[in-house]
Design a protein around this ligand. Structure first.
Ligand SMILES: Nc1ncnc2c1ncn2[C@@H]1O[C@H](COP(=O)(O)OP(=O)(O)O)[C@@H](O)[C@H]1O
Ligand SMILES: [Mg+2]
Length: 349
């Protein structure tokens, strides 16, 4: 990496004393370097250790092992320096219920020790950037979930941080609000060049928006790459064919056709659905394999009723890595995790 990393962790770990005195290894041996200006997603199921990692990097939680520096400062020894340079938007928010949005934003400026004029300038700019114009006079208790998240993000950005941590910014929002919030998050990045480090358990978000995806499971990073490389390296494509034959004959036909087409490493799996058999094969470069496979089957005198090419998802990657589906582990209720968190950190006065 040519420019120094904005986040650097070496063996960062956190264990908690759980019920009955048992030790819970919430985060084990987190080691990473994050380049400035990037958007990194920490993807993992509930309880994977995402929030604990973020809370250590934002100095809210003291590591029990390893070290980390954020914006060039050590999180354990120089927490005030770190806090002065970052924004953090926690998983839950403790909003002042009756306060109007604008007043909440203005008092955040005071918290960070900005002058009144400077605070007003920042607030006006963020109100525009985040499309909060309609909302500034409303009491915060009247906001929808998506609007509340946008206000939270504005709060985190009042001090103008170079680095913003977001813990599950879109959890619990409906798809439309999620898409809308993402537009704003990406807009901020274009406008301010803010480095974004966020957690999510939504596979599609990590896939679509993050340039780097770190898959976290049981306190450990089990994969770290771009979404597209994770998918092509770990999951591959899938071809599903329905063939006019019984399962054994259909598998033999597909295996024979794959050999004839020069496709290696296929392991067809079949299940019978009425008169036909569905055969699934895992391949690389499905777009090239599929036509060759169909031609070979036709030459062998087999009738293929349907053919489908499926690209892998990050869920396939997770399944390959852990043997479990992340999709099935998505929590229905947001915020079922441990202890509520502060909405943002900063240096008061
Ligand atoms: N304050 C705490 N005390 C005890 N256990 C905790 C505490 N905070 C988190 N944990 C445990 O650490 C693990 C990781 O939690 P967390 O970081 O919140 O996961 P995630 O954010 O990925 O859902 C879980 O098993 C959780 O129960
Ligand atoms: Mg969490």
């Amino acid at each position: 990496m040519s420019t120094p990393p904005i986040i650097s962790a070496r063996g960062l770990s956190k264990s908690f004393r759980g019920p009955g005195g048992r030790t819970v290894e919430a985060v084990s041996d987190l080691t990473m370097d994050v380049a400035p200006g990037t958007l990194t997603a920490f993807l993992g199921p509930n309880g994977a250790g995402k929030s604990t990692s973020l809370r250590m990097l934002t100095t809210l939680l003291r590591p029990t092992g390893g070290s980390a520096s954020v914006c060039g400062f050590d999180v354990a020894r120089q927490p005030a320096e770190v806090r002065a340079r970052i924004g953090y938007i926690g998983q839950k928010n403790g909003a002042g219920q009756y306060q109007r949005v604008r007043d909440e934003l203005l008092s955040q400026g005071a918290l960070y020790g900005l002058g009144r004029a400077e605070t007003r300038r920042r607030v006006d700019e963020l109100v525009e950037a985040l499309g909060l114009g309609e909302l500034v006079r409303r009491p915060t208790m009247k906001l929808s979930g998506g609007q509340r998240r946008r206000v939270d993000i504005a709060l985190g950005l009042i001090p103008g941080p170079r680095l913003l941590f977001l813990d599950e910014p879109t959890t619990g929002l409906d798809p439309q609000s999620r898409a809308h919030l993402w537009e704003h998050i990406l807009g901020l990045r274009r406008r301010y060049g803010t480095t974004l480090f966020l957690t999510t358990h939504y596979l599609d978000e990590a896939d679509q928006f993050a340039e780097r995806v770190m898959v976290v499971d049981r306190g450990r990073i089990i994969a770290d790459d771009t979404a597209s490389r994770l998918k092509s390296d770990l999951a591959g494509d899938r071809i599903t064919l329905t063939v006019d034959a019984g399962p054994a004959a259909a598998v033999a036909a597909v295996r024979g056709a794959a050999d004839a087409a020069g496709v290696t490493g296929t392991a067809p799996e079949a299940d019978r659905t009425g008169e036909v058999t569905r055969v699934v094969v895992a391949v690389d470069h499905g777009e090239r394999v599929l036509p060759a496979l169909l031609r070979a089957l036709e030459r062998g005198g087999h009738t293929v009723r349907t053919a489908e090419l499926t690209r892998p998802t990050l869920d396939d990657v997770f399944l390959r890595l852990t043997g479990r589906s992340l999709r099935e582990e998505e929590p229905g209720v947001p915020g079922t995790g441990p202890a509520p968190e502060a909405t943002s950190v900063g240096v008061p006065r």
